[in-house]
Write a protein that binds this ligand. Structure first.
Ligand SMILES: [Zn+2]
Length: 125
């Protein structure tokens, strides 16, 4: 993560950020660019599907600290991961990270195993 960005990458990142901030202002989600912290990723209003139940909805994603509900470890839900989660997977606003990476893997394996036992194994083993 400490890799230095090339000038081109840095410019692309700045443009990405500016375009999102412009859109947020145009749509009235924010009044001023200063409402988005430098460390945060501005939300793209066209990509998220925040329900009306999440009000006021966020206008940016920022690293969030939470406790894993399974092992209690202090975890960070990175802004970039939230961005992917809400914008790419269109996750509903009620869904947030509750488990650390390791517990997520264990939970995924547990569900896969339960499905297999129930006869829903896609590989048919
Ligand atoms: Zn955990």
């Amino acid at each position: 993560m400490t890799r230095r960005k090339s000038k081109k990458e840095a410019e692309a990142a700045t443009r990405f950020r500016e375009q999102r901030i412009e859109k947020l202002m145009r749509l009235g989600w924010i009044k001023d660019a200063s409402e988005i912290p430098a460390s945060a990723i501005p939300v793209d209003p066209d990509l998220v599907s925040f329900g009306s139940e999440w009000s006021p909805h966020p206008v940016f994603f920022r690293d969030q600290t939470f406790l894993c509900q399974d092992c209690g470890a202090v975890c960070v839900w990175a802004a970039a991961d939230q961005c992917w989660y809400y914008e790419t997977t269109k996750a509903p606003s009620c869904k947030v990270a509750v488990r650390c990476r390791e517990c997520r893997r264990i939970e995924r394996d547990r569900i896969r195993e339960a499905r297999r036992r129930a006869g829903h194994d896609p590989e048919g083993t």
